[in-house]
Design a protein around this ligand. Structure first.
Ligand code: FEO
Length: 402
């Protein structure tokens, strides 16, 4: 038995055997400022079962944690709830080490795993409503297609009442503490919302459908064990409710002014607009795209009812950093926002107009014309920018019925 990388017992027959990625700071472009974990779970039953694996470089840590409780060769089944490589990257090496009797995945999981690792991979398909008997316990499968990959599914271990939810209800948060109730609320709330905003926001309608359907599966859930971040053993309803609130995207009473600037003129407008919004009593945050990266911006968008976007005009276009965040937003499809476009220009002035058109195309309500200023804003321009902000604030207050 190894002296480090121990499994952690989470119930009578289940152990956490995942890996901690303390220092990852970019997760396919998502800035993971607190690192992450790749959770995997070992069920000790008559059929010893491994649920999910880890990102490929962490295979040694996974196998070491398994070895701390059982010889990996004793594993009979491997279940792959999700084919993305942060959970399946280690699968070929684990299969080689374990030589399991069977590997289970959804039909699309089978297809996607083969597409990643080769047609020779032998996968047994399971479907929603099927139960795999492990001996004392049954493992029940529910496919969650497009939440967030076509292959995604969750599995529920009866008896222990654990929902292995793959990416769902997870967050990118590395830590030696395994349970959500061991972390400060502000950390959990921030990281869960950031995860939702960056990974799941565009899937909100499907998430609401799934949450509405959840009672029909009659699951008595004592613990939610996601594939990233802490496990929920107390008040599992709290994270379910948090997901519902995020997915509903109701109007928020906060504002975001986000901009890029060339010679500080667009920045001056941003500050004046923000002051005008906050003057109406709306809490307002200002983010320069030179200082703040896209995953923090989209998290702030989720928390805001107003999003004002500022850009200089460069070579007849909006600034590249602004195009980046608008492209990111287009894919994530945030809902229920009043938008505004503004910026400084030198001679042609297309930037703010292009931002206006893009925000309108994304479904932002755009009550005002794009606000553009030539070269450097005058005092009069800044007063007009303040008034634009005040107008945006009043529009949001109307929406909120205040
Ligand atoms: Fe954590 Fe979609 O993989």
């Amino acid at each position: 038995m190894n002296e480090y990388f121990k499994a952690v017992k989470i119930s009578d027959s289940v152990y956490w055997v995942g890996a901690i990625d303390w220092n990852v700071r970019s997760f396919h472009g998502y800035r993971t400022e607190r690192g992450t974990t790749y959770n995997a779970f070992l069920v000790l039953d008559e059929k010893v079962t491994l649920i999910d694996t880890v990102k490929a470089p962490f295979v040694g840590e996974l196998l070491a944690r398994i070895r701390s409780v059982i010889d990996p060769k004793k594993i009979d089944y491997i279940v792959s709830n999700h084919a993305e490589m942060d959970h399946s990257g280690a699968l070929p090496e684990v299969i080689a080490a374990v030589e399991p009797e069977k590997v289970f995945a959804s039909a699309l999981g089978q297809k996607n795993l083969k597409a990643h690792f080769g047609e020779d991979l032998d996968i047994t398909v399971v479907k929603t409503g099927e139960t795999l008997s492990l001996g004392r316990h049954g493992l029940h499968f529910i496919e969650t297609r497009m939440l967030h990959w076509p292959d995604s599914m969750v599995s529920y271990l009866d008896g222990e009442k654990i929902l292995f939810s793959q990416d769902a209800f997870g967050m990118h948060l590395a830590g030696s503490a395994l349970y959500a109730d061991e972390y400060p609320d502000y950390v959990l709330e921030h990281e869960a919302k950031k995860y939702f905003a960056n990974i799941l926001l565009h899937l909100s309608p499907k998430i609401l459908e799934l949450l509405d359907a959840l009672p029909s599966f009659n699951l008595d859930i004592a613990m939610i064990a996601p594939d990233h971040g802490p496990l929920w053993r107390k008040d599992v309803g709290r994270v379910i409710q948090l997901y519902r609130e995020c997915a509903e995207q109701n109007w928020k009473d906060r504002a975001l002014v986000v901009y890029s600037t060339m010679w500080k003129s667009t920045e001056k407008l941003a500050r004046a607009i923000a002051d005008g919004i906050s003057g109406t009593g709306i809490r307002t945050e200002v983010m320069s795209l030179e200082a703040v990266e896209r995953s923090a911006v989209i998290t702030a968008v989720l928390a805001s009812g107003i999003v004002a976007v500022g850009t200089p005009t460069m070579n007849n276009q909006m600034y590249p950093a602004v195009a980046d965040i608008l492209t990111y937003s287009r894919g994530l499809r945030p809902k229920n926002h009043i938008g505004a476009a503004f910026g400084s220009f030198g001679w042609s002035g297309e930037g703010a107009k292009l931002v206006q058109a893009e925000l309108a195309a994304q479904g932002f309500e755009m009550p005002f014309e794009p606000f553009s200023v030539k070269y450097v804003p005058t005092e009069k321009d800044l007063a007009a920018a303040y008034e634009l902000g005040a107008g945006l604030g009043r529009k949001l207050l109307e929406k909120l019925g205040r």
